[in-house]
Structures are given as structure tokens and as C-alpha cells.
Design a protein. Structure first.
Length: 429
């Protein structure tokens, strides 16, 4: 009897030591069972992957039941924060899961027709997405950790199937306001994402970006993603120029332009190189034009196109690609609007493309009302600005007779009322 009392006392003391001791001295008893359950499911999935070819014929039979699995999101949402806090238990399983990545990609052609059958059910999927959104705040601090997984080579192979997926993703476009509530969480990590994309082969990078542009085109903040695309294209052009053979003499463009690749090889005059550069800079121009969206009034109504007419070699032997900006009805733009547009584009290009512009001339010679004398002084100030541009060959904007004519036409309309750009102030800053 005495022995039983002593044994019960020892058990009670051990129990009190576990539950009343320091918090960091014992495992999280609330989380470990859940993690064990998740780990068991992951291990079971890994064990099933080698048998995937035999299971594929039954995918159509199982598809109607897949929507019922979404009911588990309600139970998964509150667990996100706790599971991420104990993610070290799951990390060892990641390499084993990635080993079978190639197997999944090999059978994408077989899986793709079945994935298409989910498209008509997108409304039902979005209803469950609303249940997950309130729990996304817990995942915000871990977005950077998830992007780090992109270091694993081979992930870009799956993007080759985006052509088949895009038509069905478009069905989600009317509902992007719900999906993009937390889209701003990803924006600070875009430079890291760009670094991983640049690891890819240059030609493959451009092809993948071509497929991704329609995917991000309906997002509210597509201009930031578009500038990421522009930055990648600008950085990859020198490599594209080196892999193409030279052919024919260069042709110098005299239009308004800024250099996009000042370190390219002199072998970039091959026609294929020009076509490649022109095609991707036109897409990049659309991304730059996306920055115009917050501008009010007349600027938003103006259309801007961009193309690369040719490449030329300067005195130092450096090949420069000239990107020409064409303005439609630009003569109706006011000085204040043009200067604000210049500031906005300058900030975007500087941050994402590594380019820089000379400061726009200050409005020092004009009063509130325009007069003939004031217009002449404005012209003089702007001509002096373009003269300074011409004297500095390293500047990315060069003197342009066409643009000077546009400015003169613009200032000739001095009887119109200047408009303010209150909406643009936050964007410029």
C-alpha cells in the first residue's frame, strides 16, 4: 500500500513538472497532434505519388467529390498561424515531396483535361475562398519564406502549361476584388521573385513572361507586376544580343528615345534580335502605360505606344537600343500634367528598370496667365533643357526634333485652363 502511494506521488509530481514548468521546456501539446496528423497525410501522399499513373484513369470518378473537400477550409484556417509557428516539423518532408515533382510534370498532359472540368465550378470555389480570406493575416509574415522555396530548380517547367490554364483562369476575373484583398502583401517581395526568375534561361524567361502577362492583366495592381516584367526584359536583352549572330549595318534612330540596354554586345544587329527586342519592349510599354491609370483627366485619355525601331553602336562601341515614345493628342497636355507624368514615369523606371532621367525643367518663366512673351520664354527654357540633354551622351533621354515640336505645340495652346493633379500627388511621392 505504501508503495502504491509513493508511485502515485511520483506520477503526480512528474505531471505537475510538465504542465507547470517553463513553457519553452516542453513541446506544444496543442500543436503536436495536429502536426503529426498533417505529417502523416503528407507521408501518405508521398507514398502514393509513385502509383499516380495507375490512379489517373479514376480521376474523373473522383472529381465530383473534390468540392466536398473544401469544407475542411473552415477547420484549416484557424490552424494556419499555429502550424507555421511549428513549421520545422514539416520542413524535413519537403525534399521528399519535391523529388516527385518531375513525375507530376510528366503527367500534366493527362491531368490537364480533368483540371478543365473544374472551371464551371469556379463560383463554388470562390464561395469557400471567402472563408479562407479572414485567416490570411496569419500568413502575411511567412510570404517571404514561401517565396524562398523558388530556389529549387525546375519549378518553371510547370509554367509551360499556362496556355491551357489561362482561358479558365479568366473566369475568375470578375471576382478578383475578393482574391486580391491581400495582394499588397506580395509586392514587397517582388525583387526577390525577380531574382529567382532571372535564374532561368533568357529565351525561356521571355516566353514564360509572355504567358504570365495575361494572367496578371486583370489584377488591380498589375502595374507593379508589369514593371517587374519590364525590369526583367531590360536586364535580359544584353544576353539575347550575345546569343544572336551579327548581320547588316546599324541604323540610327533620331526620335525621342531612352536606352534600354547600355551594356549589350555589338553583335545585336541581327534581324531576329530586333524583332525579339521590339516585341518585348512593346509589351513592356503596355506595362509602363499601366502606371498611367491613376492619372486624371486628359492624361488618362491619351494613348501612348512604344517601339524599338533599331539599334546602333555609339562612339565607344556600345550598342544602344532606342525605345520610341509616341504620344497621341499630346498637344492638349498642360505643363503641369507633363511634368507630373515625367515624375511618375521617372520614379517607376528608376525603381524597377534601373534607368534614370534628367530632371524636367522648372516652370520658372511663367505666370498664372499665359502670354506670348511667356510662351517664348517657356520655349527657351525647354530648348535649353534639350540642349543639356544632347550634351550628355550617357543620359537615357536624347534630344528629339519631334518631341521639341510637340512641346512647342503644347505650349502654343496657352489659352486653356491649367488643370491640377491632386490625384497624382501620392503616386509621385
Amino acid at each position: 500500500m505504501g508503495f502504491l502511494r509513493f508511485a502515485s506521488f511520483v506520477v503526480l509530481a512528474l505531471a505537475l513538472g510538465v504542465f507547470l514548468g517553463p513553457k519553452n521546456a516542453r513541446p506544444n501539446m496543442h500543436i503536436v497532434p495536429k502536426l503529426d496528423n498533417v505529417r502523416a497525410k503528407l507521408e501518405a501522399t508521398i507514398n502514393v505519388l509513385p502509383h499516380l499513373p495507375a490512379l489517373l484513369p479514376y480521376a474523373t470518378t473522383l472529381l465530383p467529390y473534390s468540392l466536398e473537400l473544401l469544407n475542411d477550409i473552415d477547420r484549416l484556417g484557424p490552424m494556419v498561424e499555429s502550424i507555421m509557428a511549428e513549421k520545422q516539423y514539416l520542413m524535413p518532408l519537403l525534399p521528399r515531396l519535391l523529388v516527385h515533382r518531375a513525375l507530376l510534370l510528366e503527367y500534366m498532359d493527362v491531368l490537364e483535361p480533368h483540371v478543365h472540368k473544374l472551371a464551371p465550378h469556379s463560383e463554388a470555389l470562390l464561395d469557400h475562398m471567402d472563408q479562407l480570406v479572414p485567416h490570411l493575416d496569419a500568413m502575411r509574415p511567412h510570404v517571404g519564406n514561401l517565396i524562398c522555396f523558388l530556389e529549387v530548380r525546375g519549378w518553371e517547367d510547370s509554367l509551360t502549361y499556362i496556355d491551357q490554364i489561362l482561358p479558365h483562369i479568366a473566369i475568375l476575373a470578375p471576382h478578383t476584388k475578393r482574391l486580391c484583398l491581400y495582394y499588397d502583401t506580395l509586392l514587397p517581395h517582388l525583387p526577390m521573385l525577380a531574382k529567382y526568375i532571372e535564374y532561368m534561361d533568357v529565351k525561356a524567361t521571355l516566353d514564360v513572361l509572355d504567358r504570365l502577362i495575361p494572367l496578371i492583366s486583370f489584377l488591380p495592381l498589375a502595374d507593379q507586376s508589369g514593371m517587374l516584367y519590364s525590369r526583367l526584359v531590360c536586364k535580359s536583352i544584353p544576353t539575347v544580343a550575345r546569343i544572336l549572330p551579327p548581320q547588316g549595318p546599324p541604323v540610327v534612330s533620331t526620335d525621342l528615345a531612352f536606352d534600354a540596354a547600355a551594356t549589350a554586345s555589338p553583335s545585336s544587329h541581327h534581324p531576329k534580335s530586333k524583332v525579339l527586342v521590339r516585341r518585348h519592349f512593346e509589351r513592356s510599354a503596355n506595362a509602363v502605360c499601366g502606371v498611367m491609370s491613376p492619372l486624371p483627366g486628359r492624361i488618362r485619355a491619351h494613348t501612348m505606344s512604344l517601339h524599338v525601331p533599331d539599334a546602333y553602336t555609339d562612339a565607344s562601341g556600345v550598342v544602344r537600343y532606342h525605345v520610341v515614345l509616341d504620344f497621341a493628342h499630346a498637344q492638349s497636355m498642360r505643363y503641369r500634367e507633363l511634368r507630373a507624368w515625367h515624375k511618375l514615369i521617372e520614379s517607376q523606371i528608376s525603381n524597377y528598370c534601373g534607368m534614370r532621367l534628367l530632371p524636367f525643367p522648372q516652370k520658372t518663366f511663367c505666370g498664372r496667365k499665359l502670354s506670348t512673351r511667356g510662351i517664348s520664354r517657356r520655349r527657351f527654357a525647354l530648348e535649353d533643357y534639350f540642349d543639356r540633354l544632347a550634351e550628355n551622351s550617357h543620359i537615357l533621354i536624347e534630344e528629339s526634333p519631334a518631341f521639341r515640336a510637340f512641346v512647342r505645340t503644347f505650349f502654343a495652346n496657352g489659352d486653356e485652363t491649367d488643370s491640377t493633379l491632386q490625384d497624382l500627388v501620392p503616386a509621385v511621392r
